[in-house]
Design a protein around this ligand. Structure first.
Ligand SMILES: Nc1ncnc2c1ncn2[C@@H]1O[C@H](COP(=O)(O)OP(=O)(O)OP(=O)(O)O)[C@@H](O)[C@H]1O
Length: 262
């Protein structure tokens, strides 16, 4: 886990409102390049709002001592930032993506667009990187297939490729195993493991403990818009802690470094 140097994310005293309600309270968080982190918390606790704060889609309330610094900067062009952060959510980024081929979908990662519009200029370097990324995510054989005709697992691979194409080795994975069957979940976990071992920084939001691959060592627990736990997996992924967090009786099984809840 690389915790040296400049953090890629640095939040100080961040409060964020959605509508009239403040939903993130006094958040302090630093994430360093090379870290692998999972963020857990009940529905509505503010996980997506936190991601939207990182992508500058939600802004913190102006207060003394508040700052949001991403890749060492406080001001960003939104498209540029999203591209560099490598955000992958369970939904496709826009309808036009459905009739875009896998290869073009990966290329859209350079522009943070919903399809490869004719005015977007693909350089030979981008094309070469797209092929490299398709290979890395195991999607070369489906590069010519429309995203709309792919299975959910294939779509997720292509979306991870899209995120990697333009990103600075950083992935924000927002519930990536949603709607995937067991085989596709396994494939996704294998891919995440390969990327983690290659040094990709991973910030994972999940409700699904098996998504927490062994390479993820740091856990953030959120409740009611606050970070209530931030530390090593072995300390925070405990039945009592999760039962308290989710307000239900959680039984935990650990097998081969993987966590399962029932
Ligand atoms: N567009 C919005 N307008 C007003 N309130 C919102 C909006 N989006 C989210 N909220 C509220 O903000 C709070 C945090 O929501 P958020 O989506 O960040 O939680 P979450 O932890 O990601 O939830 P889930 O696990 O269900 O995805 C919730 O109370 C939610 O109702």
């Amino acid at each position: 886990m690389g915790v040296e140097g400049t953090p890629f994310v640095d939040l100080r005293r961040v409060n964020v409102a959605r509508g009239p309600t403040t939903v993130l309270h006094d958040l302090n968080l630093s994430v360093y390049p090379g870290e692998h982190i999972a963020l857990l918390g009940p529905n509505g606790c503010g996980k997506s709002t936190l991601i939207k704060t990182l992508t500058c889609e939600c802004y913190p309330l102006v207060q003394e001592g508040t700052s949001v610094t991403i890749f060492g900067r406080e001001r960003w062009d939104l498209t540029e930032l999203k591209k560099r952060l490598g955000v992958v959510s369970a939904e496709l980024p826009g309808k036009p993506m459905l009739s875009t081929t896998g290869r073009d979908a990966v290329l859209t990662g350079f522009f943070s667009s919903s399809t490869l519009w004719p005015n977007l200029k693909v350089t030979p370097e981008m094309a070469a990187r797209a092929d490299e990324v398709l290979e890395l995510v195991g999607a070369t054989s489906i590069a010519g297939k429309y995203v709309g005709a792919m299975s959910a697992g294939q779509q997720r691979r292509v979306m991870i490729g899209r995120a990697l194409a333009g990103s600075a080795g950083t992935l924000l994975l927002d519930e990536p195993s949603n709607a995937l069957d067991l085989a596709a979940q396994k494939d996704l976990h294998e891919l995440m493991r390969v990327l983690a071992r290659q040094g990709t920084t991973i910030l994972l939001i999940t409700h699904h403990l098996p998504d927490i691959i062994p390479e993820i060592g740091r856990i953030l627990l959120m409740k009611d818009g606050r970070i209530v736990g931030d530390g090593p997996k072995e300390e925070l992924l405990k039945a009592e802690t999760l039962s308290e967090l989710f307000q239900t009786n959680v039984e935990l099984t650990i097998r081969d470094g993987r966590y399962y809840a029932s």
